[in-house]
Design a protein around this ligand. Structure first.
Ligand code: AMP
Length: 273
């Protein structure tokens, strides 16, 4: 992969990378389409990264289907699929990690210790291997995008990070490979995430700025679904990820909710359309 990237750069071609864990859906496809537009060589990485899964999480169960992914990649005009075996990415001698400090403390960082250390480590490795000029990430994983932007700036990585909007089903459910875990009833219950985001945005648009009031409404919508347990419901500054008490356009509402054993995340900025 590195040789191929070097040759592309030598011949004056730019490289775009879309890092994924596979089991591709329309959210990934939107990143690939934008990636196709922004560079000459479009690289899709597919790697279910063991270091970003905690003990007892779904690393083994995570859905995988390379045959189907290959078809999606082909229809998105991907040039290269980079899907390394875990043993090559992390041989037994492996002992180096990249850690972003403050931004990784709240939200998913608090719920999933070590998760972002795994993410920033694998993304650093992918950047060194693929040597992209541009890398695309979805706002579905809002904190991840913020953490990667921080890492790239702090470590002077020569990569332009592009954030892409969340792709949703017609009924509002944010696309996720983990939606495959949901039964039809759970799939219905999972709509409480996007519904509560819409409600909060509506209240904000109508003039509500008190975070405690907004949080109560969101909490009630999620609690009304019997099979759900909220990991967190948080209102934070969309840039610093610090907690806020009074909402503004850049206030991030971030949710992590368990539907049965499936943990789903979703988010919005209150000021966005
Ligand atoms: P994953 O395979 O879940 O690690 O996701 C790979 C990339 O696709 C990440 O940058 C995600 O943020 C992005 N992504 C996943 N789901 C969506 C979605 N529904 N809309 C936009 N981007 C997404």
């Amino acid at each position: 992969m590195q040789n191929l990237s070097r040759a592309a750069h030598r011949s004056g071609r730019t490289i775009t990378l879309v890092p994924t864990m596979g089991y591709l859906h329309e959210g990934h496809a939107s990143l690939l389409r934008e990636g196709r537009r922004r560079g000459d060589l479009l690289v899709l990485s597919i790697f279910v990264n063991p270091t970003q899964f905690g003990v007892g999480e779904d690393f083994e169960a995570y859905p995988r289907d390379l045959v189907r992914d290959r078809a999606v990649a082909e229809s998105a005009s991907v040039d290269v699929i980079f899907a390394p075996p875990a043993g090559e990415m992390y041989p037994a001698s492996y002992q180096t990690y990249v850690d972003v400090e403050r931004l990784t403390l709240p939200l998913c960082g608090a719920n999933r210790p070590g998760h972002f250390r795994g993410v920033t480590t694998v993304v650093s490795k992918l950047f060194n291997i693929v040597q992209p000029d541009v890398a695309l990430f979805g706002a579905k994983d809002y904190q991840q995008l913020a953490v990667i932007r921080r890492m790239v700036a702090d470590l002077n990585m020569p990569v332009e990070v592009v954030g892409m909007p969340i792709v949703r089903e017609d009924d509002g459910l944010a696309l996720s490979s983990r939606n495959a875990y949901l039964s039809p009833e759970q799939r219905q219950a999972a709509l409480c995430l996007s519904r509560s985001l819409r409600t909060a945005k509506g209240l904000y648009r109508a003039g509500e700025r008190d975070v405690a009031t907004l949080r109560d409404r969101v909490t009630a919508i999620i609690a009304a679904e019997p099979s759900t347990v909220a990991d967190y419901i948080e209102f934070r500054n969309g840039d610093s990820l610090e907690e806020v008490g009074v909402a503004d356009d850049r206030t991030l509402l971030a949710l992590a909710v368990k539907i049965g054993t499936t943990r789903l995340i979703d988010n919005c900025l209150l000021g966005e359309e």
